[in-house]
Design a protein around this ligand. Sequence first.
Ligand code: PAF
Length: 283
Amino acid sequence: MAKSPIVARTVLSLRQALRPYRRAGGTIALVPTMGALHAGHLRLVAEARKRADRVVVSIFVNPTQFAPHEDFGSYPRRFAADRAALTAAKVDVIWAPTAAVMYPQGFATRIAPEGAALAGLEDRFRPHFFGGVCTVVAKLFLQVQPDIAIFGQKDYQQLRVVTQMAKDLDLPLKVTGIPTVRERDGLALSSRNAYLSPDERAAAPVLSRVLKASAARIKRGEAIAAVMTDGVGEIVRAGFAVDYLEARHALTLAPVKTRKDGPIRLLVAAKIGKTRLIDNMAV
Ligand code: PAF
């Protein structure tokens, strides 16, 4: 039977758990999560195991990246199932602080990312989001002090923002993005897929279908603006309200007009019923 990971709930117990690994000279990978783990997270953990001697998975539903009207209260929390999955995945440490440990009384510091964090994508609809993400991710990096941190490419703007933050703050670790895991019909795995009704779930693959078809059309040389307009139409016809479907430079996330401005990444966010989904694809 696989050994259960150590569950650390305080910074002190986390440091005690990690000390022997550091003394032995091993490398440490961190996979930051908000729990409700699915096969996409477990792919990140598998990659972490390949790339480092020890793996820490953080589980923390971070209040500072949710606006008051968002789903912080209802975000799925399934610690027992997560722990069982991480035991099977041979994780060494689960870092699961409470909000009071992460943000003790008097906490008064917030990172304000710019650049890709102000690209006019997620930030346009969730202006509080990247400040909250960067603040908690910087804390996770300093708490765990990993050699490598593994993020999913599904939250593509987040990956770009966190990569830049680590560089700008000279944080001594490598940030790595791992390709999105998808259902057979193309839907990107997400903890929020659990909110979808059967009808919404049936409609949801339109996002990846449009991204794939749009990438192929842009590669063939079709005008980006027309391809994006068609894509928005198809997503709306499937029952979604579209926040954005955009072609951006894959590294800076600056808008692109033609293929020559690339490498290009297509990014989409759209809402069906009460559920907001995001996805992205390379051209
Ligand atoms: O992608 C997520 O699950 C979260 O935004 C992260 C990186 C764990 C920070 O709370």
